[in-house]
Design a protein around this ligand. Structure first.
Ligand code: BGC
Length: 429
């Protein structure tokens, strides 16, 4: 299994997006936003209504927050103190899948088992108290069609979730039934929101001038506050489901990955940018370089972080991670190329995500000037991938020129939980 140095330039080129192409993507994203506002069927963005606007920052009281949408589920008891202040009183969390022990998300897993697991975690968070009434906000991080703040029906699983019997169902009804089965019906779900919405609520609770919220993690998605300036409707946060954006130019790796995924044809942007998939793209690129027909080396985005971050002279981390997955030690020249491959895949991801932010910023500015604002972002890729945050800022500058000075991104760590509590308070209030 020799390393094909001559293929390197080609692979790198396939993952490179230049400025003009990127500007076009931002413009197409804005166009899809406009189309979606008129009729979501004409857009690759689902533009889902959340039935909630921004908080005042004065919301108060103690609420339960269920944060469900990635590999780990968390339940928190959060005391909102108003003035943008809060305290986490209790926190419990468990993974949805432990290899060889249980799996609530893989093929063959069942709806009731999954929701019983969630109810069990909620029971832990209330310390088995089956008397006191608790209002619960639920951050449910999948495309859901809402009719009000409490009623959200799962349209389709993403992020390779495959649990049977949940698609098409109202998730808080499933949760209520499970709570009843556990005897925890003193807990009342009152709000359900997407994690992007949660991040925006959480950031806006603490700070003004935030109208865009994004998750850049296992999955990817963005929401924004639609002002409905020319309509009588009050401003409302729209969950774009931007991971479904499809006016892109996928390369052969993107196509291969999509075909092998749980839901081919869906989530085209997400499959090019998010943490769940970047490691797979990296595996495929590396397989081409090794001229190896297999591409399932199993690299993760955490591996990619380790590879990118390795600044040691002997590239010991790169050697360790790559030989662990591929079964072959790369030499010094190969290590340098492997590191470049990881960087170029991350860079493409960052640039595409930023182009979608710019599409939203352009849409919000309309014919006028871009207002001063923050984009609230949460997620492991944004927080932990070396250079991701800086890459977003550089790309904003590249696409917006001097207007980029008006915008920054802020990390809203833990926004998924806090946002759920705020949504519960807003539902009550
Ligand atoms: C889901 C979104 C979610 C995002 C981040 C995507 O797969 O479709 O609803 O916001 O992941 O968790």
């Amino acid at each position: 299994m020799a390393f094909k140095q001559d293929k390197f330039a080609e692979v790198i080129k396939e993952f490179t997006v230049g400025t003009e192409a990127l500007k076009e993507i931002a413009a197409n994203f804005r166009q899809d936003l406009k189309l979606g506002l008129k009729n979501p069927d004409d857009s690759s963005l689902r533009m889902l209504k959340s039935y909630v606007g921004l908080p005042t920052g004065k919301e108060k009281g103690e609420y339960l927050a269920l944060d469900f949408g990635g590999t780990n589920v968390r339940v928190l008891r959060i005391r909102l103190e108003g003035a943008g202040k809060y305290e986490v009183v209790k926190r419990v969390g468990k993974p949805l899948k432990v290899d060889g022990i249980y799996d609530y998300v893989g093929l063959g897993s069942k709806c009731e088992d999954m929701f019983d697991f969630l109810a069990g975690l909620i029971d832990e968070a209330v310390d088995g108290d089956h008397q006191t009434k608790f209002l619960l906000g639920h951050t449910f991080s999948f495309p859901s069609e809402q009719t009000n703040l409490d009623n959200a029906k799962l349209i389709i699983w993403t992020k390779e979730f495959a649990t049977e019997g949940v698609e098409g169902k109202v998730v808080n009804d499933l949760l209520r039934d499970a709570l009843k089965r556990k005897g925890v019906d003193n807990v009342e779900p009152v709000a359900v929101i997407n994690d992007t919405v949660a991040v925006l609520l959480s950031a806006a609770y603490k700070q003004d001038d935030t109208r865009i919220g994004s998750i850049y993690a296992t999955g990817h998605n963005t929401c924004y506050l639609e002002p409905y300036a020319d309509k009588a409707e009050p401003p409302m946060i729209l969950n774009l489901e931007s991971g479904g954006f499809s006016k892109l130019a996928p390369n052969r790796y993107d196509k291969m990955l999509d075909e092998a995924s749980e839901k081919p044809g869906e989530q085209r942007l997400e499959k090019m940018v998010s943490g769940r998939y970047m490691g797979e793209l990296f595996s495929m690129g590396l397989a081409i370089l090794y001229d190896d027909a297999r591409w399932r080396y199993g690299f993760t985005s955490i591996d990619m972080s380790g590879i990118i971050a390795d600044s040691s002279p002997d590239k010991s981390e790169v050697v360790r991670i790559v030989s662990g997955r591929v079964g072959k030690e790369p030499d010094a020249a190969e290590c340098a190329d492997i590191q470049k491959l990881a960087k170029v895949i991350l860079t493409r991801s960052v640039r595409l995500v930023t182009a979608t932010f710019v599409g939203i910023l352009w849409q919000l500015a309309g014919e006028g000037k871009l207002g001063r604002q923050h984009i609230a972002v949460d997620g492991s890729v944004y927080e932990k991938m070396p250079g991701a945050k800086e890459g977003i800022m550089a790309t904003l500058q590249e696409l917006l020129g001097e207007d980029a000075a008006e915008v920054d991104t802020i990390l809203d760590n833990g926004g998924s939980g806090l946002g759920a509590a705020i949504a519960a308070a807003m539902a009550e209030g």
